[in-house]
Structure formats: C-alpha cells, structure tokens
Design a protein around this ligand. Structure first.
Ligand code: ASP
Length: 439
C-alpha cells in the first residue's frame, strides 16, 4: 500500500501540531509521501502565514519597508523549529526571500514560500527527502496548470524516492517562475501527487472529522458522512459545503483513487471516504444537505407560451447576452422561471427585463429576491420511495413555504427554493426528519 497524505494549515500551525502530524505519519509506514500547507491559524484571531506573506509582499511592491513583516513571518517558523528542538537554520532561505521580495519576484513567489519553508522544516523533522514543487509541478507560459507534464515529472521523481515531502500550493513554469494554484490549493498538489504515484489512498488531514451531513453553524454537532461519492460531493460543494478545494477531485477521480478526509486532532476517527462508486448502503436516505442564500427568480408569464417554439431559447439568450449564468429553470404551462444569483443579476436587472420584453413579448415579468436554494443530496434517494413526500411534509410542519422544487433526473438530488428567512428552519426540518428521526 502507498498513501499520499496532505496536512492543512491548522494541522501545521505550531510545534505541537507538527508533533501530532509526525505521530500520524510515523505510525503507518505506508504514509510515504507528505504534502504540507503553510502554517495556518493557531487560534481564532491568528493570521495564516500565507496572508502574512501577501501583505508583506504588497509593501515590497509599493517600495515600502517590509522588514518588520518579514521578521514576523520568520518568527512563526522559528517558533516551530525551537518547539520541535530542531537545529535548522533558515538564514539562507530568508536572505534569498528578502532579496527576491526586493527584486519584486511576484505575488505567487511570495505566497508560495509559506509551503516551501514548512516543507523544509517537515522534511528535516521527519528525515524525509525534500522535493521542491517548482521542479516537478509544471505550469505553461500563461500560468495554466499542465497536468500531463506534471504527472510525468512527478512520477519520474517519486520513483526514485521511497519517502518524500512535497510542499503544496505551487509549482513553476519551464523557466522557473513560481506559479500558485488558487487559495486552498495544497489539496490539489496532494491529489496530483496521489495520481502520479498511483497511491492506494489520498488522505487529506484537516481539523474536522470529515464531511458533515449539514452545516454546523445551522445544525448543532451534525453527524459525519461516512462515505460519499464524487458526484454527491460535487452537488454539495456546489451548494457551498466546503472541505476540499474543488479542483482537487479531478486528478484522483481519473485514477479511481479514494480520498479519506481525516482529523489531525482526532486521528482515531475514521473520517469521510470520498469514492467513485460504492455498494455500501448510506446510513441515511440522504447523504447531505447544503444550501445558499442570495438568489433571485425572474418569473415570465405569457399565454400559450408552451406552443411557442424557441421561447425558452430566447429567454436564455437574454441572460447569456448579459453574461449571467442561470441556476434553475422550472416551468409551468404559461410560465417560466429563471433562478439566478442576485449579485450577478442586480446591476443588469433592467437590461434583462428590457431584453426579455424585446425578445419574448411576455404578458408580465415578476421578480422576487431574497431566495435560498437547498440541495438535498443522496444516492440512497434513488431506491427509496417517498423521499420527496417526507421532505415536503417536514417543511410544512416547520411552516416553511416551498417556492420551487427541482429534482434532477439522476434522482441524486432535490433542489428546493425557499425564502432567505426560512433557510435555516428548512435545513433543520430536513435534517431532523432524515437523521434525528432515524437515530
Ligand atoms: N496556504 C495556501 C492558502 O492559505 C494554500 C493551502 O493552504 O492549501 O490558501
């Protein structure tokens, strides 16, 4: 067995956290390739090293003094080194970083140093070889990630190494210019490394014991999802449930490698398994609930709409011409409703209304804002009768008015539109009926 393990920023924020990580890695010899993030927050009001680096570099770019900020960053690392009792000097590293900041080496270079330095400390502490991601994670001249080239480079390098530390979040162009992924991108590095070494599992260690059935800000201590498929995860992530960087799914999914979300602060918990497909029955009919506020619906009415060929296309053309993507489009006999994100729509509202009048000649257009969409997701819904019925009776009992229903033909999810004010009550009602009532 071969495991790739990635540790998030909060797992590596202090010497104490580093010690937990060492125990996790050393307790299983199959955990061979480790991807660290930069040190994250040690407590709620702390600042992530990545954010400190951005701020520091900003000063350098404005030709202002940044030495105090750079010193603060160095202190974060020195605290870890001292706490671990290591004899490791970062003098040379910081001299180079200072020189490159002065020479304005770029924002990506600056922020990548968070992972780079943490990787050096980790490799030293674990006595694993250090591989600089700039040598093996490749981007093209325009800064676009090159998956196949990276796979080739990474595979060749890792074949020579039984154990290794590869810092997350960055890579480089052919000429050595450092490029980073978007924020949270160490997850992607872990995933592309798992693909390259054909790992049996990609363990992603963070500070929660897995993916939760619902948002803990709404549900008090929600249960952890034991197993979720990539498709279910995609539905939930799209609706705002985040644990993993979205782009980190594709490389491992391609190779059929499962992801196991684990908790550094509670390593005995099994966490969540994210898999391509499974015959494991979900514990509950639903796998998860997620949702977002801030939608708006545009309701178009026109007599005999249904017999007018091309009506739907003309409606969508107006949204397309205004650069607005639509979320859902439920329809009735003489009505059609388009759901969009309020913030994408609000500034173009009157242009859209005028466009709709011009292209579709409706009887009326009615706009409603402050809507929320909730996705109830679960592969178990396919084989269970009455799921929709249970959702709607639970919502009725909670006095929630349902404004829209949309069930995809995959029967993997049901999307429900409610008023923003009913959002939390609706999620609680659905959680109660499917989880609490089953316990
Ligand atoms: N350190 C980077 C960030 O804060 C990348 C990561 O942690 O995954 O976004």
């Amino acid at each position: 067995m071969k495991k790739v393990v990635k540790f998030g920023g909060s797992s590596l924020a202090s010497a104490k956290q580093f010690q937990k990580v060492a125990e996790i890695v050393k307790s299983d010899r199959e955990r061979r390739y480790v991807v660290p993030s930069a040190p994250g927050k040690r407590h709620m009001h702390d600042t992530k090293v990545t954010d400190m680096l951005y701020e520091c570099y900003e000063l350098a770019e404005q030709d202002k003094s940044y030495s105090r900020q750079l010193k603060q960053i160095r202190l974060r690392y020195e605290e870890i080194i001292t706490g671990l009792g290591l004899s490791l000097s970062l003098d040379e590293e910081f001299a180079e970083i200072d020189a490159k900041f002065a020479a304005k080496a770029g924002r990506d270079y600056a922020s990548s140093r968070g992972e780079y330095l943490n990787g050096i400390i980790m490799a030293h502490y674990f006595d694993f070889p250090f591989v600089d991601a700039a040598e093996v994670v490749r981007f093209d001249e325009n800064g676009a990630f090159l998956p196949d080239k990276t796979n080739e480079l990474l595979r060749a390098r890792m074949e020579e190494l039984e154990y290794a530390v590869l810092p997350g979040f960055y890579g480089a162009k052919e000429d050595g210019t450092v490029v980073t992924f978007s924020r949270g991108g160490s997850d992607i590095t872990g995933s592309i490394l798992a693909r390259a070494v054909r790992a049996d599992v990609y363990e992603n260690w963070t500070d929660v014991s897995g993916f939760l059935i619902a948002d803990p800000r709404i549900i008090d201590r929600p249960e952890v999802i034991e197993t979720i498929t990539y498709r279910e995860l995609r539905e939930l992530a799209y609706m705002g449930a985040t644990v993993l960087h979205e782009e980190s799914i594709f490389p491992v999914r391609k190779e059929g490698i499962p992801i196991n979300i684990r908790n550094t602060n509670s390593p005995e918990d099994k966490g969540t398994w994210i898999v391509e497909s499974t015959c494991q029955k979900p514990k509950y009919t639903i796998t998860g609930i997620a949702g977002k506020k801030g939608f708006c619906s545009i309701n178009i009415e026109k007599d005999m709409m249904n017999s007018e060929v091309g009506f739907g296309r003309r409606v969508l053309q107006v949204f397309e011409e205004n650069g607005i993507s639509f979320e859902h489009m439920p329809s009735g006999i003489d009505t059609l409703t388009v759901f969009v994100h309020l913030d994408e729509f609000i500034e173009k509202e009157q242009k859209v209304v005028a466009g709709l009048h011009r292209l579709t000649d409706p009887d009326s257009i009615d706009i409603e804002s402050d809507l929320a969409l909730i996705a109830v997701v679960g592969r178990g819904m396919r084989s269970t009768r009455g799921t929709a019925g249970r959702i709607f009776s639970a919502l009725a009992h909670a006095n929630v008015n349902v404004k829209m229903i949309d069930q995809g033909s995959s029967e993997l999810n049901i999307i429900i539109g409610v008023s923003d004010n009913d959002f939390e009550a609706a999620i609680r009602a659905i959680y109660d009926i499917f989880v609490i009532a089953q316990i």
